[in-house]
Design a protein around this ligand. Structure first.
Ligand code: HEC
Length: 273
């Protein structure tokens, strides 16, 4: 008896689902339109590089630059359990890169140089050659890696703030000690295993990058939480330029959105034309 009722219920439910699917469901969006590549990987990486530039500059100037005079600490050992400090700009980027590496999106990110502080950041092989070409003419280099078949995009990383120069020149392991403001210091290097992407694939790349930024920021705020209450910056809507304060994740993300999203949107709208 119970079995019959079960099948009857299943039959009615099944019919309802079929009616919905065939009679009333909107046309699926996953047909050709969203399966069609709309951006070359070169364009997609250029947009990600812009998002990364905005994030990196905001972090370097508005957090590290404005935060130090307020008493905020930043260290290359920020991830050690006994060091309570924020990440250096390069380590912020490294944190995002390692988050990307563990995500499902096959997007690689690396910050390298020909005169690195950290020797494992020295460009090798084809990337070293392309970086020399970038030294002669500081424009992005996009090419396909012969060995892996990946599309590689290298984007110039300039000494955009006095802190870049002083810290690198004074660092005990630096391979070069006469950097000057606006010098080409290195390149952010992205890789992706296909030469074009759909809108969905592009949004997945952007989402993975932003999730990495959120993860690093959350880890930093967790460190800040360990500072005794009487010497801890407030975390909320205010920035270090306003006082002894740090933006919470939503405030940081709003600012990045405001600075980076117009270009992404423009490009996607242009691609849809
Ligand atoms: C307070 C110190 C400090 C500041 C400020 C700083 N860096 Fe670095 N940077 C480092 C250290 C330390 C590393 C090596 C980190 C690692 O990979 O372990 C590094 C790594 C890099 C690398 C990768 C190659 C290398 O040297 O290992 C580049 C490129 C770079 N920084 C550029 C910049 C730029 C551009 C700025 C400013 C926007 C900047 N840095 C600000 C300390 C600093």
């Amino acid at each position: 008896m119970k079995a019959i009722r079960f099948w009857a219920v299943l039959g009615v439910a099944g019919a309802a689902v079929l009616t919905y699917l065939f009679a009333t469901a909107p046309a699926p969006l996953t047909s050709e339109a969203s399966a069609k590549p709309v951006l070359s990987t070169a364009d997609a990486l250029t947009l990600l590089a812009h998002e990364n530039d905005v994030t990196r500059t905001l972090f370097t100037k508005a957090i590290v630059g404005a935060g130090k005079p307020q008493g905020l600490k930043f260290s290359e050992h920020w991830a050690d359990p006994d060091v309570v400090a924020g990440p250096l700009p390069a380590l912020f980027l490294r944190g995002v890169a390692s988050h990307l590496a563990s995500s499902e999106v096959p997007l690689g990110l690396f910050l390298g140089s020909d005169h690195p502080i950290e020797s494992s950041n020295r460009f090798q092989g084809r990337q070293a050659e392309e970086f020399q070409a970038m030294r002669a003419e500081p424009a992005p280099r996009i090419f396909t890696d012969a060995a892996s078949g990946d599309v590689i995009g290298m984007f110039p990383d300039f000494a955009s703030a006095p802190a870049c120069v002083s810290c690198h020149n004074e660092h005990e392991r630096s391979a070069k000690t006469d950097w000057a403001l606006n010098d080409l210091m290195g390149a952010t290097t992205w890789s992706y295993p296909k030469d074009s992407v759909t809108t969905d694939e592009f949004l997945a790349m952007l989402k993975a990058y932003r999730a990495g930024v959120a993860a690093v920021w959350t880890a930093y705020l967790a460190e800040v939480d360990q500072i005794p209450a009487d010497s801890r910056p407030t975390v909320g809507p205010r920035w270090p330029s306003h006082g002894f304060a740090l933006p919470d994740l939503a405030t940081l993300q709003d600012s990045i959105d405001e600075l980076a999203s117009p270009r992404v949107l423009d490009r996607l709208v242009a691609a849809a034309r």
